[in-house]
Design a protein around this ligand. Structure first.
Ligand SMILES: [Mg+2]
Length: 379
């Protein structure tokens, strides 16, 4: 079996971005799918990732045997020079595993030596679904996610922050509003549900400590990205000052080389490799093994569509020390119809698919109904 073509499929989601996919075609009619969403920060990020997939990844993959995943990924790796290329390569890696599984008739987690579990524990990221950015708005989303069966919810309630002016009055007010949202979420879900807080890198050490005090008051220990990931010195200073909280990060890092500086220094308690950016399924496992050797837990970052969700789940299924996988709760009503068979979530856990490969395919009717601007190429 040989790879013949590469297709980029985008679907419109919301103001936070679209879901971008790569589909590899073969001369035997099998196809493999991977997700390449959120590969940058500007408005053109999907167009850039799409161009990388078509003009840089496709020439490397054409003519290759997709069931030889590792050599194909090794050939793609020199393309990685930043988040956009890392995202494109990571998406191709997922699609290669999908094809390798289909070629052998096995689910990907079987090829990886698993599974360790049949269901993947999830936490509900309510942030993207919460359009009313008030304590009441966050509380409503959190209560609805808990009613859906989730036992942990994550919010990122600090909006319109400017790290260069963290002490301005306006910034203090925004910080206060964010913390009021956290308190409202805690009130809405009670003490039995975990509340996770993502700070989106908005603070410096001093303001991070102020926020930490409020998080303790709300019974929150998950302290995600209080400082920018590049601020290794700041993170090293903050680390002992919030020893009672869990410092979490790493959502856009690529490969072992991306995570090692933090794992070597003991910066984080939990790392969040993202299957869309870290190098894919195999990289997520290698990074997780390194984290495990340092006593660091793994909770894959995944505020993504159902394809990245399933790709993450295959990796997560084999991890001996998985914390939980992120789930983008309530983002769009048609999410369930984008892939077939649909994601099965029971009591806040994803039921592993059993079909060969990743175990699902895009539903063409839904793709057509929500087609995004960056779809390119053909099978
Ligand atoms: Mg985050």
């Amino acid at each position: 079996m040989r790879i013949t073509d590469l297709e980029v499929i985008s679907v419109r989601v919301n103001h936070r971005g679209d879901w971008l996919h790569v589909r590899l075609h073969t001369d035997e009619g099998l196809t493999g799918i991977g997700e390449a969403s959120h590969g940058g920060f500007g408005p053109d990020r999907d167009a850039i990732v799409s161009a990388i997939l078509l003009h840089q990844c496709q020439p490397v993959l054409r003519g290759r045997d997709p069931s030889a995943v590792v050599p194909a990924v090794s050939a793609l790796r020199p393309l990685v020079d930043g988040l956009a290329t890392a995202t494109a390569v990571s998406a191709c890696e997922q699609a290669l595993w999908d094809l390798a599984g289909k070629a052998t008739g096995l689910p990907v987690y079987r090829l990886l030596g698993g599974p360790s579990r049949e269901r993947i524990p999830l936490y509900a990221n309510i942030n993207r679904a919460t359009k009313e950015r008030t304590p009441e708005g966050f509380a409503r989303s959190a209560a609805a996610a808990v009613a859906d069966g989730f036992r942990a919810v994550k919010c990122a309630p600090f909006d319109g922050m400017d790290r260069a002016h963290v002490r301005d009055l306006d910034q203090r007010a925004r910080r206060r509003l964010g913390l009021d949202c956290v308190a409202a979420v805690r009130d809405a879900v009670g003490q039995e549900v975990d509340v996770l807080v993502d700070c989106h890198s908005y603070f410096d050490v001093a303001t991070a400590l102020e926020v930490a005090t409020e998080l303790r008051r709300c019974g929150v220990s998950w302290f995600e990205e209080p400082l920018p990931t590049v601020d290794l010195d700041g993170l090293a200073r903050l680390r002992p000052l919030v020893a009672d909280l869990e410092l979490i990060g790493g959502e856009t890092l690529f490969g072992l080389e991306g995570f090692w500086p933090y794992l070597g220094k003991g910066t984080w308690d939990v790392i969040m490799p993202d299957v869309k950016h870290c190098g894919g399924i195999g990289a997520l496992l290698a990074i997780s093994a390194l984290a495990d050797s340092r006593g660091v837990a793994v909770a894959p970052h995944n505020p993504s569509g159902p394809v990245a969700m399933i790709a993450s789940a295959h990796a997560a299924a084999t991890l001996p020390h998985l914390r939980a996988l992120e789930y983008a709760w309530g983002e769009v009503g048609w999410r369930e119809s984008l892939v077939a068979p649909a994601e099965r979530i029971v009591d806040g856990e994803l039921v592993l698919p059993t079909c060969p490969g990743l175990g699902m395919a895009l539903n063409e009717d839904t793709v057509v109904a929500h087609r995004g601007p960056d779809s390119q190429g053909s099978g």
